[in-house]
Design a protein around this ligand. Structure first.
Ligand code: LMR
Length: 386
């Protein structure tokens, strides 16, 4: 029977990581998968997470199941982190990472409307359309990115084409893969377009704290929560708590009937894997609920964010100097881990093969993969392949 299985399309981000590992050239530069790296190329464990691990380890006296929704204290802490307070209509489940939250959000929406169309920004994280396809959900793109910035008119026009019962996916901050985000004055226009269409907005929030700051990065989501009758929020703790492999995420739903929504969400966990992973969630709760740990975590996260901003400015300068043009200046204005440089697949291939610099084929680069030295290595190589 299993011989009837069909080969699966490769995820280009995961495939690139494999290619990078297999490359034996010294000095190779990984700008692929969205994992934070410090100047020495390490992905550190946050000090506050290390401390929380010790505390939770000493205190924990059972590994018995939690609830299907996960530890309620985790849901509460995450709702407050993202929304600033706990609104009356909030339901939440812990999920295996942000991917698990996206998956659960789409399953929940499909339970409510099997005929929905998922509206995705063009481009978006490749796993968004892949998960939709896997779940048998139709997907359509809306215009988003145009020559380094957000195509706001195109975006609003296309969102207006959504039908009642459709889901419009929005990146809460730090758009992946482009790094280009809607201007603050445009946020209410986006909310209005979704509301007028009668669609449900779904926020993917995987990089809170990596863009303009922990609070600032949540403001778009909070505005949507205030303006829309319902909202789905799929959030990841992988990057901003640095606990990638612990698989820690949360799905939050704001709706008119939180009890019914909560029961449906808990049931999805039961059907998919029963109880969500708990260790990472407990560490996050420990950090968020302890004043000193939280302050230390925030300071370390802020240091990473500022480091990435510095790398963006240095790269924009280096590219300007090496290419004698301002075509890459947008890199300094983008936010988050990623920017899409606007190179052709052929140029990206040459960067990889001739210069051992790895970025996704659409020329998405992970800014955190750079350091003071490799900024110029990259700029020089880009100038060579142009
Ligand atoms: C990325 O876009 O590189 C990250 O979100 C990691 C992933 O799982 O793809």
């Amino acid at each position: 029977m299993l011989e009837k299985l069909r080969p699966q399309p490769e995820d280009k981000i995961i495939a690139l990581s494999g290619m990078f590992r297999a490359d034996e050239r010294p000095g190779k530069v990984d700008l692929g998968v969205g994992v934070y790296k410090d100047a020495e190329g390490r992905t550190p464990i946050f000090r506050a997470i290390k401390a929380a691990e010790g505390r939770v380890h000493r205190r924990q006296d059972t590994k018995a199941y939690t609830t299907l929704a996960g530890d309620p204290a985790f849901a509460d802490a995450m709702i407050r982190l993202i929304l600033g307070e706990r609104p009356g209509g909030a339901a939440a489940i812990a999920t295996p990472g942000g991917t698990g939250a996206v998956h659960a959000a789409l399953e929940l929406a499909r339970s409510a409307n099997p005929d929905l169309t998922l509206r995705l920004p063009a481009p978006t994280w490749p796993n968004h359309p892949a998960i939709a396809r896997h779940l048998g959900i139709k997907a359509r793109e809306y215009r988003y990115f145009d020559g380094g910035t957000v195509d706001m008119d195109g975006m609003l026009e296309d969102i207006a084409k959504a039908r009642p019962g459709d889901v419009v996916l929005l990146h809460g901050c730090c758009h992946n893969p482009t790094g280009a985000n809607p201007a603050r004055e445009d946020w209410p226009r986006i909310a209005r377009a979704v509301r007028r269409a009668g669609a449900t907005a779904m926020v993917d929030l995987a990089y809170q704290g990596f863009g303009d700051g922990l609070e600032e990065d949540a403001l778009f989501t909070r505005m949507l929560a205030a303006e829309l009758p319902e909202l789905l929020i799929a959030a990841s703790c992988s990057k901003n708590f640095g606990i990638y492999r612990e698989r820690t995420g949360v799905l939050i739903a704001l709706s008119g009937d939180p009890g019914l929504t909560q029961a449906n969400m808990a049931s999805l966990n039961r059907l998919n894997f029963s109880f969500p992973p708990d260790w990472g969630a407990r560490l996050v709760t420990e950090v968020l609920d302890d004043e000193a740990l939280r302050a230390d975590w925030q300071a370390e996260l802020e240091g990473m964010r500022e480091g990435m901003l510095g790398l963006r400015r240095a790269l924009a300068d280096a590219l300007r100097a090496r290419t004698n043009s301002d075509r890459f200046d947008f890199v300094a204005g983008h936010r988050g881990m990623f920017s899409r440089l606007g190179l052709t697949p052929e140029q990206v291939r040459r960067l990889r093969e001739e210069h051992a610099i790895y970025m996704i084929g659409d020329s998405r680069m992970n800014v955190a993969g750079l350091n003071a030295r490799t900024v110029d290595t990259l700029a020089e190589a880009v100038a060579k392949v142009l």
